[in-house]
Design a protein around this ligand. Structure first.
Ligand SMILES: [Zn+2]
Length: 186
């Protein structure tokens, strides 16, 4: 093997090392990648391979926010995970259009696209308590407590949309209540 080929082979090896770990890989004590690859709109999301940058975003979300929530409040259910553009594009559409057709109202430029956001439910806790806790975490970039209305007009909390600070976006923090229900079940 000549030196040029050897160097190319070594660089190739390094490139493969940088690939994100497998979907069964644990992100933290209670979370694994596959939980963020579920969608009834695009079932083949489960086969998606995260890029290293997406994996880094998801790790920031899990380690900095979701695991602390799990430790304090118990089981966390991921109702909406990653929504990479390529998965929808392969079907000739976008997440925004496909979810909109189902009566959902997702944000147009969503943090779900790069795996820095998730929608969660925490069955063992009040969502407004979870919301207040997430606001205190330094890793939080955005947290939205989403609710709907019952027949008598009273608010009913449905889920929390939460996004982590990432290296690719400027530092920013925002907290809100949003009367836009049903974004969660993608
Ligand atoms: Zn969301």
């Amino acid at each position: 093997m000549n030196p040029g080929v050897m160097i190319a082979a070594l660089l190739g090896g390094l490139f493969f090392w940088r690939k994100a770990p497998s979907k069964g890989a644990k992100l933290s004590k209670n979370f694994k990648v596959s939980e963020f690859l579920k969608s009834s709109t695009f079932p083949n999301l489960r086969n998606y391979e995260l890029t290293p940058a997406e994996y880094e975003n998801l790790s920031a979300l899990v380690v900095g926010i979701l695991q602390p929530v799990r430790d304090k409040f118990g089981k966390v259910v991921i109702t909406g995970g990653g929504r990479p553009h390529s998965v929808a594009a392969a079907k000739g559409t976008t997440w925004h259009r496909a979810l909109g057709a189902r009566g959902l109202r997702p944000a147009k430029d969503s943090d779900h696209a790069d795996f820095s956001a998730a929608d969660i439910d925490v069955p063992g806790a009040r969502l407004d308590d979870v919301y207040e806790f997430i606001k205190t975490l330094p890793a939080t970039r955005q947290v939205i407590l989403e609710y709907t209305r019952n027949k008598s007009g009273a608010p009913v909390m449905t889920h929390i949309h939460v996004a982590a600070q990432t290296t690719s976006k400027g530092r920013h923090r925002s907290f809100a209540f949003r009367d836009v229900p049903r974004e969660a079940k993608a």
